[in-house]
Design a protein around this ligand. Structure first.
Ligand code: GLV
Ligand code: MN
Ligand code: MN
Length: 401
């Protein structure tokens, strides 16, 4: 199989034009936005040009199908509200190039997947969670984004493209390439990460309600200020979690809605996202207990009411040993000593697809470890090295079968 680095880089740059942010190489292409849908329609045409049959399912997951049974490769083309040009896009475009190169070489058959809402506008890896049967569609339809739009409404913007469901049984395995999104490969001057496992995640929304009042006349001791409650919660939580976490555990309050949000009003209500990740299910649960207990105590001390939303989550998942070994052997052959086994702290569609078939992942370096930001980037030489390692791994796999 002869992969074509120039053709691959051109497609990556062309995809970036959909939702290009104007800041560096950033993109704004959240799931179901006009830019996201236009990008998916463009990708469907690129799949057709590559001899694949493009098919959308009911939620806007796009597949480029090779005839008969095939290996599946891919990732996602939606972005964070402020995202980079490679997060997800790299895995989709690499899959397209491998499918083309493989056809030119007379096999093996490779199909391409482009999952919808991996970035979790509505949840956590929404499109692949639905396709893999882990998130029922009727539950997904009730999920809302941070502006209150439902998933059902958002996906109706792609209803005209929807076709029959795509049967997972036609695929023999799944391989996803992604940027690392962390600092380790770049810092070590390494070219490839072979993923051992993907951490688990828990995600929910917490609301604390006190009393909205005048910022000039309300004495400090009589306030039930929602911002002060959030601030106290965050400080207490950081202290308490330190006793039970490892350096790999992470927790984030990434979205805060402080009501009503005015300089001269003591805020009466705060709703905020609470997300945490770890590779160990027991630790995820212990972190949850600390989060709930701390919020309960802070709310009670300050006379606030408290509510927790339902919780979304994905379990930690190990990658398939056979596929991993093929990626590792190709990395050792092409970049000896410049690759490593590593855990993924980012979530990926491979987590969901692993419930259906053997799944594996490969990383290329992220400059400065930056991602989920316009500044995300990877040296183009490293992108092409990733393509070559992937091409070699797949050729070897197919020879072995
Ligand atoms: C996916 O982008 C994640 O949040 O890890
Ligand atoms: Mn991604
Ligand atoms: Mn992402």
């Amino acid at each position: 199989m002869q992969v074509n680095g120039e053709r691959f880089l051109k497609d990556l740059h062309d995809l970036r034009q959909f939702g290009a942010s104007g800041v560096g190489k950033g993109v704004v292409r959240p799931a179901y936005s006009a830019a996201d849908i236009a990008a998916r329609e463009w990708l469907a045409e690129r799949m057709r040009d590559a001899g694949l049959e493009p098919r959308f399912d009911a939620v806007g997951n796009l597949f480029g199908l090779a005839p008969g049974r095939s290996l599946l490769m891919g990732s996602h083309s939606d972005s964070q509200p402020e995202g980079g040009w490679l997060d997800g896009a790299l895995g989709v475009i690499m899959a397209l190039e491998i499918a083309r190169a493989s056809q030119e070489a007379g096999g093996p058959a490779v199909s391409v997947a482009n999952f919808q809402d991996e970035e979790g506008r509505f949840g956590v890896t929404t499109g692949s969670a639905i396709w893999s049967g882990q998130l029922p569609l009727d539950r997904a339809d009730t999920l809302t984004d941070s502006a209150g739009v439902t998933f059902a409404d958002a996906r109706s913007a792609m209803a005209h493209l929807a076709g029959e469901p795509i049967d997972p049984a036609r695929f023999t395995g799944f391989v996803e390439c992604h940027i690392e999104q962390g600092p380790w490969l770049h810092e070590a001057g390494q070219a490839i990460g072979v993923v051992t496992d993907i951490v688990g995640i828990r995600d929910m929304t917490i609301t604390m309600e006190g009393e909205q009042n005048h910022a000039g006349t309300t004495p400090m001791h009589r306030r039930r200020d929602a911002f002060q409650a959030l601030s106290a919660f965050n400080t207490a939580l950081n202290d308490r979690l330190r006793n039970i976490v490892t350096p790999q555990s992470v927790w984030t309050i990434g979205h805060v809605d402080l009501h009503p949000g005015a300089h001269s009003i003591v805020p009466g209500r705060v709703t905020f996202s609470m997300q945490w990740r770890d590779g160990d299910v027991g630790r995820l649960k212990r972190m949850e207990d600390v989060i709930r207990q701390t919020a309960t105590e802070v709310a009670a001390e300050r006379g606030m009411s408290l509510s927790f939303s339902g919780m979304l989550g994905l379990e930690p998942v190990a990658m398939d040993p056979g596929l991993r070994a093929a990626l590792a052997a190709a990395a050792q052959a092409l970049v000896p000593g410049r690759w490593r086994d590593m855990q993924s702290g980012a979530l990926h569609d491979a987590t969901n697809v692993a419930a259906l078939m053997p799944a594996a992942m490969m990383f290329v370096p992220s400059i400065g470890g930056i991602s989920h930001a316009f500044a995300e980037d990877t040296d183009e030489g490293d992108l092409v090295t990733g393509l070559e390692v992937m091409g070699r791994a797949l050729s070897d796999l197919c020879k072995a079968h």
